[in-house]
Design a protein around this ligand. Structure first.
Ligand code: HEM
Length: 277
């Protein structure tokens, strides 16, 4: 028999006492974790869409954390690679909305009550991403007060500089005047926008060839925020398409809350600098 007759020839077929694909990936755990609470056909889509998003967010957190350390240690090339990956993660999470959009309001209504008060608003990984990037709304710790281990992880993030804070500390190390951002000690709150930082980025963008690494860092950050914004926009559009202007299961005003969130800027001076060039 030739290879063409039996393409699987040579493949390992015996796994008693050996680690298989499913063992390595703990597929039983992953594939047993979908437990619809209703008999509605579309609930499985809803659960899988959220779970896969959370898995990708887990990877995004891993990459952002490592990028923060790399920037702190002046290792910019590895940081660029990680930030590119984060942007790509959000790019593909953006495409994922197309799957969820196949669910109509009539279909969602069949199981919405089963969700009770649960909502993506309580996603601690999403909050971790926002906190790591630099959007630090402490009030949003509250939904996690009943889970000390989750609260502790979010508090730890707030105790250290964010991705943007580290970028500004790097600018300071390279001799740019970034004002108070060079000497901050308390990282808990979102930093205030600053004229000094805007001028520093302006100098970098005006002479990219002189400051290539910082220029590239700026563009990596903008790329990340660009895809993150698109995620927010796709979310609110999908939400409006499915629930209109109803309140969210998490208790907010729904679409109008999410529209407000579209205004949040993670790296404000990097957007403002465009006007200055
Ligand atoms: C039928 C689909 C969906 C609907 C109707 C929906 C609806 C909502 C609403 C109304 C909110 C505002 C909070 C509230 O009052 O509940 C919200 C927040 C949120 N949702 Fe969704 N959502 C959907 C799908 C998803 C998916 C697939 C994810 C992926 C993980 C997600 C993640 C989030 C996050 C992270 C927030 C918090 C946003 C923030 O605070 O800025 N949602 N969602």
């Amino acid at each position: 028999m030739t290879q063409a007759d039996n393409p699987a020839q040579g493949a390992q077929m015996e796994f008693r006492g050996r680690m298989s694909y499913g063992d390595y990936l703990h597929l039983e755990k992953v594939l047993d974790a979908q437990e619809p609470l209703s008999t509605a056909h579309d609930e499985l889509l809803f659960i899988i869409q959220h779970q896969t998003s959370e898995l990708w967010m887990k990877l995004a957190i891993h990459e952002i954390r490592s990028a923060i350390v790399a920037i702190r240690e002046d290792r910019l090339q590895p940081a660029f690679k990680m930030l590119t990956r984060v942007a790509r993660i959000f790019e593909q999470l953006n495409s994922a909305w197309d799957v969820l959009r196949t669910m109509t309001p009539s279909e969602y209504t069949q199981f919405r009550d089963s969700l009770g008060q649960s909502s993506g608003f309580q996603s601690y990984q999403y909050r971790a991403i926002e906190f790591l990037a630099g959007n630090r709304n402490n009030a949003l710790l509250k939904p996690h007060a009943h889970r000390p281990e989750v609260l502790g992880k979010l508090e730890d993030i707030l105790a250290a500089p964010s991705l943007y804070d580290e970028a500004l500390l790097l600018l300071a190390r390279q001799g740019f005047d970034v004002g108070v951002d060079a000497t901050r000690m308390d990282w808990r709150e979102t930093r205030q926008e600053s004229a000094a930082v805007l001028l520093a980025w302006r100098d970098i963008y005006r002479a990219p060839e002189e400051h290539w690494m910082l220029y590239e860092l700026a563009e990596k950050l903008v790329d990340f925020e660009d895809y993150f914004r698109r995620w927010r926009f796709n979310h609110v559009t999908t939400v409006e398409r499915i629930i209109g202007l109803k309140r969210g299961t998490g208790g907010t005003s729904g679409v109008s809350y999410l529209r407000k969130m579209l205004e949040v800027e993670l790296f404000p001076e990097l957007w403002k600098v465009r006007t200055e060039l």
